[in-house]
Design a protein around this ligand. Structure first.
Ligand SMILES: Nc1ncnc2c1ncn2[C@@H]1O[C@H](COP(=O)(O)OP(=O)(O)O)[C@@H](O)[C@H]1O
Ligand SMILES: [Mg+2]
Length: 301
C-alpha cells in the first residue's frame, strides 16, 4: 500500500492517493486494501464539537480594515469571537485574512468602526518576524512582564521550555531552530505571560511536515483547553474542519460566509466563489460511498 494512504496525519497526500484509486477502474483487491486507511482518515478528520454560547471576547463592528500603510481592503466587518472558541479564518491568498487577524488582535488601527475587547497576541505567518532576542531562553524571558522578579521569570522560563520540549535548545539562537521548533517558540513566547486571552495564529502549519502539523494541532487544542480563544488563519480546509467548529470566509472585500465549518465546506458554490479547495476528507467520504457497492458486488461473485 502507498505510504501516503496509511498516514492519517497526511491529508494532502490523501487526494493524490485517491486519484490513483478510481472506484470505477481500480481492481476490487486494491480498493479493499485501501479502504481501512481511507476509513481511518475520515474518522481522524471528524469535525470538532459544536460551538457553545460563551460570552463574546472580541468584537469588530462596522470595521474597515487596511494593512499597515496600505489601502482599505475590508469594509463594514461585523465579527464576534467568543471565549474558548477556535474560529477558522479562511479565504484565498490576498483576500485580507492577515489584515483582519491583525485588526482582531488590535495590532492594526481600524480605518472606521469599532473594536471591543482585550488586546490579542499574534503569531505571524513567518515566526522569525516575531523573534527579537539572541537565544531561545532570552526570547521567553523578555516576553514576561517587567513586574515579575528575575527568579520568578527564570522559573517560568524553565517550566515553559520543558512544556514545549525546547529545553535542549535554550542557548540556541531562535533562527537556528527547525521550522516546527520556531512555531513552538513563537507560541510559547505568546502564551508564557498569560497576557493574551485571544491568540491569532496566522497560517501556523506553513512549512511543517505531517508530523509537525499533527503535533501543532495538539498544541492548539491544548491552548484552547487552557482557556485561550483562538482565531486560526489557514487555507488547509481539513485542518479547519477538524479544529474549528465555526469559520468565516474572507473575500471580495468582506466576510462572504460565517457559520459551522462543516456547512461551509459542503457549500460547493461558496468554495468555488472564494477559491477554496474542498477538504480531502470530503473526497475520501465520497470515495468510500462509491467503493462500497463495487466491493459488495465483488464479494457476491
Ligand atoms: N503593507 C501593505 N501595503 C499595501 N498593500 C498591502 C500591504 N499588505 C498587504 N497588502 C495587500 O492587501 C491585501 C490583503 O492582504 P493580506 O491581508 O495579507 O491577505 P491574506 O492574508 O488573505 O493573504 C492584498 O491584496 C495584499 O496585496
Ligand atoms: Mg496572510
Amino acid at each position: 500500500m502507498r505510504a501516503g494512504i496509511a498516514a492519517p496525519v497526511a491529508p494532502l497526500s490523501m487526494e493524490e492517493a485517491l486519484a490513483h484509486l478510481d472506484p470505477e477502474n481500480a481492481s476490487p483487491d486494491r480498493l479493499e486494501k485501501a479502504r481501512p486507511a481511507v476509513e481511518a482518515f475520515v474518522a481522524s478528520a471528524k469535525p470538532s464539537s459544536v460551538m457553545h454560547d460563551t460570552p463574546v471576547l472580541v468584537r469588530l463592528a462596522q470595521a474597515d480594515c487596511a494593512p499597515f500603510l496600505g489601502p482599505t481592503v475590508l469594509r463594514s466587518i461585523d465579527l464576534a469571537i467568543r471565549e474558548g472558541e477556535i474560529l477558522g479564518v479562511l479565504g484565498r491568498n490576498g483576500a485580507g485574512k492577515s489584515t483582519l487577524g491583525l485588526c482582531l488582535a488590535g495590532l492594526l488601527p481600524l480605518k472606521a468602526g469599532q473594536r471591543q475587547g482585550p488586546p490579542g497576541g499574534y503569531a505571524f505567518q513567518r515566526p522569525e518576524n516575531q523573534f527579537t532576542a539572541g537565544t531561545v531562553h532570552e526570547e521567553l524571558f523578555t516576553a514576561l512582564p517587567a513586574r515579575m522578579s528575575a527568579g520568578e521569570k527564570t522559573e517560568r522560563v524553565m517550566m515553559t521550555l520543558e512544556a514545549w520540549g525546547l529545553a535542549e535548545l535554550a542557548r540556541n539562537h531562535p533562527f537556528e531552530l527547525s521550522q516546527g521548533q520556531k512555531r513552538k517558540l513563537a507560541l510559547a513566547s505568546l502564551t508564557i505571560s498569560k497576557r493574551w486571552p485571544l491568540l491569532v495564529l496566522d497560517e501556523p502549519m506553513a512549512g511543517l511536515d505531517a508530523h509537525g502539523a499533527a503535533l501543532l494541532t495538539q498544541e492548539i487544542l491544548a491552548l484552547r483547553d487552557n482557556g485561550h480563544t483562538i482565531a486560526l488563519i489557514t487555507h488547509d480546509m481539513d485542518l479547519a474542519l477538524k479544529l474549528c467548529p465555526r469559520s468565516i470566509v474572507v473575500g471580495e472585500g468582506g466576510i462572504l460566509a460565517d457559520g459551522p465549518t462543516e456547512a461551509l465546506m459542503n457549500d460547493a458554490a461558496l468554495l468555488a466563489r472564494s477559491g477554496l479547495a474542498e477538504p480531502a476528507s470530503l473526497a475520501a467520504m465520497r470515495w468510500l460511498k462509491a467503493v462500497a457497492p463495487r466491493l459488495e458486488a465483488a464479494i457476491a461473485c
